[in-house]
Design a protein around this ligand. Structure first.
Ligand code: UD1
Ligand code: UDP
Length: 371
C-alpha cells in the first residue's frame, strides 16, 4: 500500500503546542510518511515547545526576523516553503489555525496542487480587522483546504454556511486539550524544571494570583497602554500578586516594561515553556488575557478568564459563563477583576470546570482518517 506523504508545517508557539500531539501520533502511523517542517516564524518561543514535546523537525526554514512585517514574513514563507514542496512532493500538508505560516503555506500548497488539511478550522468573527490578521488568515486557509478539522459544532456550522462540503469537515475537538492533558499528566507525575522552581519561589500562598498574557496586534499602541495601566491599578488591591510572562514581540515588550517595571507585586517574566505555563494557570486565581489558546485551556482547569478583546471567535466558553469579554477599557478590566475578588458567588460561577473545546481525543480522530 502506498503511504500518504504528509508534511506538517507550523511556525509559532500556539501552532506548535496544538500540532505537537498530532505529529507525535502521525509519526507512529504506519500508513503515513510524516515530515515536520517549521517556518520558525517564532524562534525562541517555538523552540521551547519543541523541546518539551521532544520533537525534532526534518526541515527548519528559520525565517524569523526581529520586528518582522507581515508582508515580509509572508513573502519569505511563500518562497521558502515553495522550494520545499518542489523538493519533497508531498500528497498533503497539515497546517494549523490562523497564522501567516498557515495561510501562506496553504497558498503555496494550492499553487503546487498539494492537498491541504486544516487543523482548528472554521473559527470566525466575520470582522476583517479583529482579530487582525488572523480572521482573514483563517478565511484564506478555509477557502483552500481540502479537509477541515473543526474543534466544535459551531466552527463546523460556520464552514457549512460558507458552502464548504459537509463530507470534507470532521468535528474533532481542539488538539489543545490533547496537549493540555499531556502537560497536566506530566506535572501530576512530578515533572519539575527551572521555570517551575522560579514560579514556586514567586507564588505566595494566601495571595490572589492574577496571570496576565497579551500579544494581539489590534491592541498594540493605545490598547496595550490601557491594559498596562489597569494592571498597575489592580496591583494596588490588597493581597494581589501579578505574574506576567511577556510575549517577545517588541510591540508588547516596550509598553509592558515601560509601564509595569519596578512594581513589587508585579512579576514580569520571560515567556514560559508549556509545562510551567500550565502550572501557572493551575495556581492562578484569575487569568487576564487576549490569547486564543488560553481561552480554550483555562475553562478545563476551572479558572475564570477575562478576555481583553471586544469579540471572540471562541464563543463556547463565553456562552457557558466561564470566560467573559472585558475589552481594553481600564474601568471595565478593573471592575470585573474586583467583582471576581469580592463576589464569591460570581467567582464560583466562573470557575466551574467546563470543557467545550475537546475531550483530549482530537488527534485520535484525525489519525484514524489516515489509517
Ligand atoms: C504571531 C501570529 C498570531 C499568533 C501569535 C502567537 C501572525 C501574523 N501572528 O503573532 O496569529 O496568535 O503569533 O503568539 O501570524 N519574537 C521573538 N521571538 C519569538 C517570537 C517572536 O523575538 O520567539 C518577536 C520578533 O521580533 C518577531 C515579533 O516578535 O518579529 C513578532 O512575531 P510574529 O510571529 O510576526 O507575530 P506575533 O505577534 O508573535
Ligand atoms: N503559553 C505558554 N507560555 C507562556 C504563555 C502562553 O506556553 O508564557 C501557551 C498557552 O498555554 C497557550 C499558548 O501558549 O497554549 C497560547 O499562545 P499565544 O497566546 O501566544 O497565542 P494564541 O493562542 O493567542 O494564538
Amino acid at each position: 500500500m502506498k503511504k500518504n506523504k504528509i508534511i506538517a508545517v507550523f511556525g509559532t508557539r500556539p501552532e506548535a503546542i496544538k500540532m505537537a500531539p498530532l505529529v507525535l501520533k502521525l509519526k507512529n502511523n504506519p500508513a503515513v510518511e510524516l515530515k515536520i517542517c517549521i517556518t520558525a516564524q517564532h524562534r525562541q518561543m517555538l523552540d521551547q515547545v519543541l523541546e518539551f514535546f521532544e520533537i525534532t523537525p526534518d526541515f527548519d526554514l528559520d525565517l524569523m526576523k526581529a520586528n518582522q512585517s507581515l508582508n515580509q514574513l509572508a513573502s519569505r514563507i511563500l518562497t521558502s516553503f515553495d522550494q520545499l514542496l518542489e523538493q519533497e512532493q508531498p500528497d498533503w500538508i497539515f497546517v494549523h489555525g490562523d497564522t501567516t505560516t498557515s495561510s501562506m503555506c496553504a497558498l503555496s500548497a494550492f499553487h503546487r496542487g498539494v492537498k491541504v488539511a486544516h487543523v482548528e478550522a472554521g473559527l470566525r468573527t466575520y470582522m476583517k480587522h479583529s482579530p487582525f490578521p488572523e480572521e482573514i488568515n483563517r478565511q484564506i486557509t478555509g477557502r483552500i483546504a481540502d479537509l477541515h478539522f473543526s474543534p466544535t459544532q459551531s466552527s463546523q456550522e460556520n464552514l457549512l454556511k460558507e458552502g464548504v462540503a459537509e463530507k470534507s469537515i470532521l468535528i474533532t475537538g481542539n488538539t489543545v486539550i490533547d496537549a493540555l492533558h499531556l502537560a497536566v499528566k506530566k506535572l501530576s507525575d512530578g515533572y519539575i524544571d527551572e521555570e517551575i522552581r522560579l514560579l514556586k519561589s514567586i507564588i505566595t500562598p494566601g495571595k490572589k494570583l492574577i496571570t496576565v498574557t497579551g500579544h494581539r496586534r489590534e491592541n498594540f499602541g493605545d490598547g496595550f497602554d490601557r491594559i498596562c495601566n489597569s494592571i498597575k491599578k489592580l496591583s494596588q488591591i490588597p493581597d494581589v500578586e501579578v505574574i506576567f510572562p511577556v510575549h517577545l514581540n517588541p510591540n508588547v515588550q516596550k509598553p509592558v516594561n515601560e509601564i509595569l517595571s519596578g512594581i513589587t507585586n508585579i512579576h514580569l517574566i520571560a515567556p514560559l515553556a508549556y509545562p510551567a505555563f500550565v502550572y501557572l494557570m493551575q495556581y492562578s486565581h484569575i487569568i487576564l488575557t487576549d490569547s486564543g489558546g488560553v481561552q480554550e485551556e483555562a475553562p478545563s482547569l476551572g479558572k475564570p478568564v477575562l478576555v481583553m478583546r471586544e469579540n471572540t471567535e471562541r464563543p463556547e466558553a463565553v456562552e457557558a459563563g466561564t470566560v467573559k469579554l472585558v475589552g481594553t477599557d481600564p474601568d471595565m478590566i478593573y471592575e470585573n477583576v474586583l467583582n471576581l475578588m469580592t463576589n464569591a458567588a460570581e467567582y464560583e460561577k466562573m470557575s466551574t470546570a467546563y470543557n467545550p473545546y475537546g475531550d483530549g481525543q482530537a488527534v485520535e480522530r484525525i489519525n484514524e482518517l489516515f489509517d
